[in-house]
Design a protein around this ligand. Structure first.
Ligand code: PLP
Length: 468
C-alpha cells in the first residue's frame, strides 16, 4: 500500500463527532459543561487530529487509538479552559491583601449576608415603612459616616472610580494642586496624573519630590484652583529629609481660599492599626477630624470588605455627587452593599476581629508558630512521604499598597524534598485541588499560615500528605 493511500485509510478511521461524544471521557465532560459546548470541543479535537494525520504519513493509528487521541484532546482543552474559571485558592503567601488573589477575604457575616439577604429579592432601593421606592442601601452609607465621623458617605465601584468621580465633579475645567511627591503610581495601574487628566482638570504640581511646604501650596493657588489634592502614597515611601504640611494646615488654606481639600487615602483604615505594627497607616476619621472635605478609600484593602470605592465627607458635597449623572454609571449593586454593610456592622459592634483582614494582621509570631508546630506534628503522625518541613523565621506582608515599609514577623514552613526542586513543588501545589499558592525564597518553598483560614488547614494537610 502506498503511503498516501495508507494515510487515506487512517483518515477514514478518524471518529465522527457522534462517536467521540459517546466515549466515556467525553460523556463525563458533557455532564459538566453541557452538550452544545462539548460538541464544539469535539469538533475542534477532530479537526486537530485530522491535521496531524494528514500532515504526517508515518502515523498509522488504529480506529481505537484515534478515538483515544481525540478524546484526550477534548479532555486537555476542557482542563485548560476550566483552569481559567474563577476558583478558590489557599493563600500561603503571607500577603494579607493580595490584589491578584482577590484582596480581602470576606467575613462569615458578609458571606451570609450575600447568601441569605442579597442574593434574591431584597430592599436595595425599597422603603419598608412606606412601601415605596427608598434610598439605596441607607444603612451601609450611614455606617460609613458614623465610623469615619463624616456627615455623609457614598459607595462606588472602586477607589479609582471614586477619585475620578470626585475630580470630575469638583475640578473639571479647573486646577488641582498637588505635591510633586504625591504624583505616584499605585500598584495595578492607578496613576494619579492619568486619573487627573481623564477628569478634565489641570495638574498644578508644587514643591519637590521630598519636601513641600504650606507656602508652596499658598503660592501656587490661583483663581482657577478648585481642589487641593492630598494622595496617600500607599506603596511608596520617601524616607529621610522630607516635609509635608499637616492636613489641618492644608484645610485652613483651602477653606480660606474657598476651595476644597480632597484626600485619596487609599487603604482606608477605619481603626488605628498600630497595635498590629501598622504605625503610620492613616485612619479615615483623623482626616475628617482635621477638616478634609472629601476622603476616598478602597473597600477591599485594610477595611476588609468587598471591592468598592468609598467617598466620605460633608453632606452638601456628597449630595452633589449623588445627584450627578455619572453616579448612575459608577454605583454598586446589592451584593456589594450587603457584604460591605455586614463588614461595617462588625466594626460598629467592636468585633472587628471578625473581619479576616484585621484578624490576620493581629496574629503575632507566637500564635502562628503554635499553629505551624501543631500542623507539622499532625502531618508527621501519619505521613510516609519524603517531604520535609522546617520552621524558619520570616515576614508576612500587608499588601494591597498598604504599609510598604511594614514587615510583620511570622513563622514560615519551609518545604524541601529530595527529588523535587522548589519550582516543581511550587507547581505541584499550584495545580492541586484547591490550588495552593506559595512563595519561593532561597530555593525553598515557603508557606505562611497567617493567610490560611483555620478551616482550610485540613485541606492543606491532605494536599501535603499526597506528596510522596
Ligand atoms: C489602592 C489605591 C487606589 C486604587 O484603589 P482601587 O480600589 O484598587 O481602585 C487609589 N488610591 C490610593 C491612594 C490607593 O492606595
Amino acid at each position: 500500500m502506498s503511503k498516501s493511500s495508507h494515510s487515506n485509510s487512517v483518515m477514514r478511521n478518524i471518529p465522527s463527532v457522534d462517536e467521540l461524544l459517546r466515549s466515556k471521557t467525553v460523556r463525563t465532560i458533557a455532564a459538566e459543561t453541557g452538550h452544545a459546548h462539548t460538541i464544539e470541543l469535539a469538533q475542534r479535537a477532530i479537526e486537530a487530529v485530522r491535521q496531524d494525520v494528514g500532515g504526517n504519513s508515518e502515523i498509522t493509528w488504529s480506529k481505537e487509538k484515534l478515538l483515544d487521541v481525540a478524546g484526550d484532546r477534548v479532555a486537555e482543552a476542557w482542563r485548560a479552559e476550566r483552569a481559567t474559571r474563577l476558583q478558590r485558592v489557599i493563600n500561603c503567601t503571607g500577603v494579607v491583601i493580595h490584589t491578584n488573589l482577590g484582596r480581602a477575604p470576606l467575613s462569615r457575616d458578609a458571606k451570609q449576608a450575600i447568601a441569605n439577604e442579597a442574593a434574591g429579592y431584597c430592599t436595595l432601593e425599597y422603603d419598608l415603612e412606606t412601601g415605596r421606592r427608598g434610598k439605596r442601601a441607607p444603612m451601609c452609607e450611614n455606617l460609613l459616616a458614623e465610623l469615619t465621623g463624616a456627615e455623609a458617605a457614598l459607595v462606588v465601584n472602586n477607589c479609582a472610580a471614586a477619585a475620578f468621580f470626585v475630580l470630575t465633579v469638583f475640578a473639571a475645567g479647573g486646577e488641582v494642586v498637588i505635591s510633586r511627591g504625591e504624583l505616584v503610581e499605585i500598584g495595578g495601574d492607578f496613576r494619579v496624573p492619568d486619573v487627573l487628566a481623564q477628569s478634565g482638570a489641570t495638574l498644578r504640581e508644587v514643591g519637590t519630590t521630598n519636601r513641600t511646604k504650606i507656602d508652596d501650596y499658598a503660592e501656587a493657588l490661583s483663581g482657577g484652583s478648585r481642589v487641593i489634592l492630598r494622595v496617600h502614597p500607599s506603596n511608596y515611601r520617601i524616607v529621610g529629609f522630607t516635609a509635608t504640611p499637616t492636613l489641618i494646615e492644608l484645610a485652613e488654606l483651602a477653606h480660606s481660599r474657598g476651595i476644597l481639600l480632597y484626600e485619596d487615602i487609599g487603604s482606608g483604615a477605619l481603626i488605628d492599626l498600630s497595635s498590629c505594627g501598622l504605625k503610620d497607616e492613616p485612619v479615615v476619621a483623623d482626616s475628617i477630624a482635621a477638616g478634609v472635605d472629601l476622603v476616598t478609600f478602597s473597600g477591599d484593602k485594610l477595611l476588609g470588605g468587598p471591592q468598592a470605592g468609598i467617598i466620605v465627607g460633608t453632606r452638601d458635597l456628597i449630595d452633589q455627587l449623588r445627584r450627578h449623572p455619572l453616579y448612575r454609571a459608577l454605583r454598586v449593586g446589592k451584593l456589594i452593599y450587603s457584604t460591605l454593610e455586614a463588614t461595617l456592622a462588625s466594626y460598629r459592634k467592636g468585633s472587628e476581629s471578625d473581619v479576616p483582614v484585621i484578624a490576620m494582621l493581629m496574629l503575632d509570631k507566637n500564635a502562628i508558630r503554635e499553629r505551624a508546630v501543631a500542623f507539622i506534628s499532625r502531618l508527621n503522625s501519619s505521613y510516609q512521604g519524603r517531604l520535609k518541613i522546617d520552621l524558619i523565621s520570616g515576614n508576612s506582608a500587608v499588601g494591597g499598597g498598604a504599609a510598604p515599609a511594614v514587615e510583620l514577623e511570622t513563622e514560615l514552613m519551609a518545604l524541601s524534598h529530595p527529588e523535587l526542586s522548589a519550582e516543581k513543588l511550587d507547581n505541584l501545589l499550584r495545580n492541586s485541588e484547591p490550588s495552593v499558592i506559595s512563595r519561593i525564597e532561597n530555593d525553598k518553598v515557603l508557606l505562611d499560615l497567617r493567610t490560611v483560614a483555620l478551616a482550610d488547614e485540613p485541606k492543606l494537610l491532605e494536599i501535603l500528605r499526597s506528596i510522596h
